[in-house]
Design a protein around this ligand. Structure first.
Ligand SMILES: NC(=O)c1ccc[n+]([C@@H]2O[C@H](COP(=O)([O-])OP(=O)(O)OC[C@H]3O[C@@H](n4cnc5c(N)ncnc54)[C@H](OP(=O)(O)O)[C@@H]3O)[C@@H](O)[C@H]2O)c1
Length: 256
């Protein structure tokens, strides 16, 4: 199968742009997806011959139109579910609409896109990469919905990867730690600085994605000590409970 089409969601975001440029340099043909037409066109000018698709992925009809467009382009060989949203707030002050939007954008949409594109990916013997987070393995206060969505995405990715074992379709999970993009508002940035949390560049995340694609790995966690904490939290969660309890007064200061 000769398709080299990569469908990238969240293409106009910080990590998305870096991934688009890295994949373009490797010879992939890109189908760049986002809601902001101007930002998509600007990005596609830096990756000539790329296709763009403008739309809100939480909309059912939009996703169907996207699948039709991808099929017309020869079918997707690489699906990267990268679009996502985040907010740091207490559950108490979160509206029902905010809950639905976070879970839909970060969890339901990637699941529905995997299902929708499965036929094309089986045909092309392709790959899915779902972009999660270290918060997909570590529950963090005031990030309850983000954690719920990314824990869900990690579980879904692992289960689907095992379900499709031997089918020719690879399903992988990439978990960045804090990365320098506008998904992190000034409060999150200030908190990360106060706690001494490192922030990666989007380019580093893109390099990690290329390394994941070149390997036979199905999961890749970025950054030390975060990837160690992921393991400690899995095996000895009480240790992480206690460490985060000590951070809580500082975290609360950045909420107001
Ligand atoms: N930055 C970090 O610290 C960090 C850490 C770990 C994991 N991640 C994950 O990395 C991924 C990329 O994040 P980023 O840092 O690059 O964030 P970003 O700069 O805010 O980009 C988010 C992208 O998602 C798109 N998007 C959001 N809702 C959408 C919707 N309903 N329909 C279509 N597109 C939608 C946005 O498109 P529009 O142009 O339409 O807004 C934008 O392109 C996310 O899944 C995030 O959870 C980020």
């Amino acid at each position: 199968m000769s398709s080299s089409l990569c469908l990238l969601t969240g293409a106009t975001g910080g990590i998305g742009q870096a991934i688009a440029k890295a994949l373009y340099a490797k010879g992939w043909k890109l189908l760049l997806v986002g809601r902001n037409a101007q930002a998509l066109e600007k990005l596609s000018a830096t990756c000539p011959d790329s296709e763009i698709f403008i739309g809100d992925l939480t909309d059912d009809t939009t996703r169907i139109h996207l699948a039709v467009k991808a099929k017309q382009l020869g079918g997707v060989k690489l699906l990267i579910n990268n679009a996502g949203v985040n907010a740091m707030q207490s559950l108490e002050h979160t509206s029902s609409e905010q809950i639905d939007n976070m879970l839909s954008t970060n969890l339901s949409v990637p699941i529905k896109l995997c299902q929708l594109f499965l036929g094309q990916l089986q045909y092309t013997k392709g790959t899915i990469v779902n972009v999660g987070s270290s918060f997909g393995s570590i529950g963090y206060p005031y990030q309850t919905l983000y954690c719920a969505s990314k824990f869900g995405l990690r579980g879904f990715t692992e289960a689907l990867s095992r379900e499709l074992n031997g089918s020719g379709v690879k399903v992988a999970y990439l978990a960045p730690r804090a990365t320098d993009t506008t998904i992190n508002n000034s409060k999150i940035r200030a908190l990360n600085k106060e706690l001494g949390n490192k922030m990666d560049s989007p380019k580093l995340v893109a390099r990690e994605l290329l390394a994941l694609l070149d390997s036979n790995q199905t999961r890749r966690f970025i950054g030390f000590p975060e990837k160690l904490f992921v393991r400690i939290n899995g095996a000895f969660p009480r240790i992480v409970d206690n460490a985060i309890a000590k951070q809580l007064p500082k975290i609360k200061r950045f909420l107001s």
